[in-house]
Write a protein that binds this ligand. Sequence first.
Ligand code: GLN
Length: 186
Amino acid sequence: MNIGILAVQGAFAEQEDILKKLGVPYTEIRCADDADQPFDGVILPGGESTVQGKLVEELGIFASLKQRISQGMPVLGTCAGMILLAQYIENQRKTYFGTMPITVRRNAYGRQLGSFHTEAFFQGIGRIPMTFIRAPFVSQANDAVQVLATVDDRIVAVRYQNQFALAFHPELDDEVQIHQLFLQCC
Ligand code: GLN
């Protein structure tokens, strides 16, 4: 197995640490050639979606990754990664991969509550720690989208086919079970 990790900006090193811990080989995706490697799945880390989205296009990574995700390559997007996967982004015309039929609200928790930590139930796993950093949430989801977790009645984790999107950062809490769930699809 080999997992591609988008490594143009943001918290990709933390994703690498999780895969190291699980003993899963990975390759950083930094350029067009990397994006064409034979991955079994791809991770889109947290960071700044506008910067990541711009770099992914400028570095020639976009078309290949979008096509592979659309064709069923498993993907796990955290935070900014969730935004890159969303088909619609509130108050914003620009979208990125857009492979997941969800609408997200960026920086949804406002400035005061920009970052917070909680624990909540995750479908198929149980209660886990969740760290949110200027996180989005899912404001609308197509019926085909499975809700995996909510916090205060807001959707913070979803699955659609082989695509997983999380508003929080399991990698910052050393929480490996969601990655294990994703890896089972890879
Ligand atoms: N606020 C960021 C964005 O809009 C996401 C934050 C994160 O990935 N921790 O892209």
